[in-house]
Design a protein around this ligand. Structure first.
Ligand SMILES: *[C@@H]1O[C@H](CO)[C@@H](O)[C@H](O)[C@H]1NC(C)=O
Ligand SMILES: *[C@@H]1O[C@H](CO)[C@@H](O)[C@H](O)[C@H]1NC(C)=O
Ligand SMILES: *[C@@H]1O[C@H](CO)[C@@H](O)[C@H](O)[C@H]1NC(C)=O
Ligand SMILES: *[C@@H]1O[C@H](CO)[C@@H](O)[C@H](O)[C@H]1NC(C)=O
Ligand SMILES: *[C@@H]1O[C@H](CO)[C@@H](O)[C@H](O)[C@H]1NC(C)=O
Length: 786
């Protein structure tokens, strides 16, 4: 502490001594003028200390660039780059200075690297100032902030659109303006993805690849927001459209200047909005578009294959390898893949048919630049492609024969249960088939042997376990070692439940019954229906589900698997399930007060975090709804029915999506057949939060769908108490109600990347994270049960 004070004092002294000269390398300056240039480690700092400009080095081996970043946050976040395509190798010999009325970057000796390049009549007193908005401006005098600047960086943004920035529409006399991604995360040079205002004047933003191929649009501005992106609107982010004789552009602002917010045209080809969260010292992603990574044109490059179900998205088609491994490692896949073995295409007669063959790749979304060559049949189609050297792939289906020449771009691998998947036949050198089949044969043998060993191990362990259990019959009463599960006989459970007489609840996956074991502990016995899993698989899966133990999960005590019967034995929860308390208007339960509701919401979220992240074999619950939230004697919430997807097997999805009373909780991706992720649980959780507040089912007939109504009231700062369960008679903490509704609205966003994680939900409910006003969620589903 004392040392630090001494250092501070010393620094202060040094500053004092050198402040008239610019020798001190770390000194910050406030303007760049004819007499004050910037070099080395010097920086230009905005008046309020928000932004800083200087030389930076984005990667370990990269050169130097002049950039602007946030001064106060630990993670250097570059918002603007001057010389993105012309780096300098030495920051000590390069200088940023005023020259002939322009701000210019010189490299030794006086080589011009970058310039603001304006024709200015008044060159004597021009100064460059960095404003607290992050805008670098050139002015005639330091104090003339009334007049338009001679030049401003907000007119020439790189990849970041800051509040107050502009992306202008091209005029006849001007170049179109783009917000263009970096090449990769360590290289700010002009990348392939750009956001622009539609040059055709439709007042829509477009994202274009290589400034030519459009793959996304925001939809036109409707006066309040962009039709396909309500998050970019006047309610939210204060988007406005400015049109005057000189320029037309959109800009946005934040109400609370202490909130740092930025839009980025990301290297992923998506536009993303981030806000800085002081509490976690992290950038929080609020939304991104386009929604699917694979919707980004040529994201994986030629012969790359994109999959939304893979963490890394891109892989090479078989027989191909990344063109540049180092680029791929930096998440720049644009170079795509190249053949491992080139094709030997020798003239059109193709006498040697053995050199090439076709590999069938299943579950593909086919690239759309096919050439259609008529109906014919599959054999003719193959022959057409085979005979032409420039043909590299074909597909044949009921629509006829399509062939691809030259390159394959935007190949997408769908999940195996997606019925829209097609088969693509890819031309490869025959040697590729031999190599890969040899390999896969060996791999298969290894997998087989390893699998058998593991299988035998599990079998022996189970055998031992069963023997142990039979010897100590008393253990079957449920007092088994913590974390171990008991296997019950069907007869035992039949008698424990008095022949399944006291039903606790039902559902598509089977009904639950109350029972009392021999040691007089009370349990809930669930008779599973629709199990398509074999006995062995069921035992393996049930042992996995049995290891999931958390204070907010119902404990699975044991199971029964006899012939076709599959039962699960859980701890019994005295206070039944949440739906009883929220929706049943009778006197058997007291009304859950607000405090309890808040704690219940938090508890459920913690249980879900455990399911999603903490356990060793993580899972998605898939069926979060009040019926599956049980309450113990102290009203501590316990999530029930987790792991059923594993236990039921292949029919799980079918049962779930047709189950009565469940549709309203299902995320839209269940219907659109997109990938189901942990964010699908977040959606269901959000739907349930609305019900925790209102005490009514969202699916109850109402003039406005309750979640939409609630989001609107919150957005307009209306009275949230009007939304509250009337039985609470207004007894609730208004801030907590607002917070819960905000979280709920974020959770039910159609686009799952906008939904928070369960971890973030907990942080928000605990007051650690702040949350912005949510966009009004859109619901396209029809919730009427068949
Ligand atoms: C720059 O310095 C010269 C003398 O060294 C002085 O005459 C001039 O006024 C200064 N210009 C500015 C803009 O401060
Ligand atoms: C400056 O602009 C002129 C035309 O206006 C152009 O020819 C020149 O290349 C530009 N220089 C730089 C460094 O951008
Ligand atoms: C982008 O377009 C330019 C021509 O406008 C072309 O030279 C370049 O090769 C293209 N880039 C890629 C990656 O295809
Ligand atoms: C448009 O440009 C002209 C000439 O540069 C300028 O005088 C005028 O004030 C500008 N109009 C607006 C609305 O900025
Ligand atoms: C092969 O296909 C290309 C592109 O469709 C076409 O231009 C060429 O004529 C074809 N060659 C033969 C031998 O059919």
């Amino acid at each position: 502490m004392f040392n630090r004070m001494k250092t501070c004092f010393l620094l202060y002294l040094l500053n004092l001594i050198f402040s008239l000269q610019s020798y001190l390398s770390h000194a910050a300056i406030t303007t760049i003028s004819a007499n004050q240039s910037l070099s080395g480690d010097q920086t230009l700092v905005s008046e309020g200390g928000i932004f800083e400009l200087g030389f930076f080095k984005p990667g370990k081996y990269s050169n130097y660039y002049i950039g602007i970043w946030y001064k106060k946050i630990s993670e250097q976040t570059i918002v603007w780059v001057a010389n993105r395509d012309n780096p300098v190798s030495d920051k000590y010999t390069a200088t940023l200075e005023i020259s002939a009325g322009n701000l210019v970057l010189f490299n030794k000796p006086s080589k011009l690297v970058w310039s603001t390049n304006i024709s200015s009549s008044n060159s004597g007193s021009v100064v460059a100032i960095l404003l607290d908005s992050g805008n670098l401006v050139l002015r005639n005098r330091p104090d003339d902030d009334a007049i338009d600047p001679l030049w401003q960086s907000f007119d020439y943004q790189t990849n970041t659109f800051l509040p107050g920035g502009k992306i202008k529409q091209a005029k006849k006399t001007t170049q179109p303006q783009y917000l263009t991604s970096w090449k990769n995360n360590e290289d700010p040079s002009t990348g392939l993805f750009s956001l622009e205002l539609d040059p055709k004047g439709t007042y829509s933003y477009l994202i274009v690849w290589n400034k030519s191929e459009q793959y996304w649009t925001s939809g036109p501005w409707n006066g309040r927001s962009f039709s396909l992106v309500p998050e970019m609107g006047s309610n939210y982010n204060n988007f406005v459209f400015v049109l005057n004789q000189n320029e037309s552009y959109f800009t946005y602002s934040v109400n609370d200047l202490s909130i740092l917010s930025r839009f980025v045209m990301d290297v992923s080809g998506q536009i993303k909005q981030y806000t800085w969260l002081e509490s976690t010292q992290q950038w929080n992603l609020f939304w991104s578009q386009p929604r699917g990574q694979c919707e980004v044109h040529s994201f994986c490059g030629p012969f790359g294959s994109c999959s939304e179900n893979s963490m890394t998205y891109c892989s090479c088609l078989r027989g191909f390898e990344p063109k540049s491994v180092s680029d791929w490692n930096l998440e720049d896949h644009s170079g795509g893949c190249v053949r491992k073995t080139s094709l030997q295409c020798e003239g059109s007669d193709h006498s040697n048919r053995d050199n090439e063959g076709f590999l069938a790749i299943h579950n593909m979304a086919l690239p759309n630049n096919a050439q259609f060559v008529g109906l014919g049949n599959a054999v003719e189609c193959e022959l057409t492609c085979f005979k032409n050297c420039s043909c590299i792939a074909y597909a044949y289906d009921s629509n006829g024969c399509s062939i691809w020449n030259g390159g394959l771009i935007d190949v997408q691998l769908l999940s195996s249960d997606d019925s829209s998947g097609k088969i693509l036949y890819l031309k490869l050198a025959t040697s590729e088939f031999r190599d890969s089949s040899k390999f896969s044969y060996r791999a298969r043998v290894i997998i087989g042997v390893v699998g058998a060993v593991i299988g035998i191990g599990i079998f022996l362990a189970l055998l031992l376990f069963v023997r142990l259990r039979q010897k100590k019959k008393m253990l079957a009463t449920g007092n088994l070692l913590e974390g171990f599960m008991v296997e019950f006989g069907y007869k035992d459970l039949q008698s424990a439940t008095k022949n399944f007489s006291e039903k606790l609840g039902g559902g598509g996956f089977g009904s639950a019954f109350k029972g009392t074991l021999a040691d007089s502990s009370v349990v809930a016995v669930k008779k599973l229906e629709g199990v398509s899993q074999g006995e062995k698989q069921f035992r393996t899966k049930v042992s996995i589900v049995g290891t999931m133990q958390h204070v907010n999960l119902v404990r699975l005590r044991g199971f029964c698997s006899e012939r076709t019967k599959r039962l699960l034995v859980y701890d019994y929860m005295t206070n039944r399930s949440l739906d009883f308390h929220l929706f049943l208007k009778n006197d058997s339960f007291e009304v859950l007060d607000w405090k309890m509701r808040y704690q219940i919401a938090l508890g459920i979220a913690r249980g879900l975090i455990y399911l999603h992240e903490k356990c060793e074999d993580c899972m998605i619950h898939n069926d979060i709804k009040p019926e599956n939230i049980l309450l113990d004697a102290d009203f501590c919430p316990k999530v029930a029915d987790f792991g059923l997807a594993k236990l039921i097997g292949r029919d799980f999805n079918k049962i779930l999506t047709t189950m009565k009373g469940t549709k309203v909780y299902l995320a839209p991706e269940w219907l659109s057949r997109a990938a189901i992720t942990a964010k699908s649980d977040v959606y269901s959780y959000g739907m349930m939060l609305f019900e925790v507040v209102s005490g009514r089912r969202n699916s109850d007939c109402q003039v406005t769908f309750f979640p939409t109504l609630a989001a609107e009231v919150v957005n307009q700062g209306g009275s949230v108490l009007s939304l509250l369960d009337p039985r609470l008679e207004g007894n609730a903490n208004i801030e907590e109600v607002t917070e819960m509704l905000k979280v709920a609205s974020w959770c039910v966003q159609e686009n799952e990347t906008q939904r928070p994680t369960m971890r973030q939900v907990v942080q928000i409910l605990e007051g650690i994270l702040d949350v912005n006003l949510p966009p009004i969620p859109r619901f396209n589903q029809v919730f009427v049960d068949d």
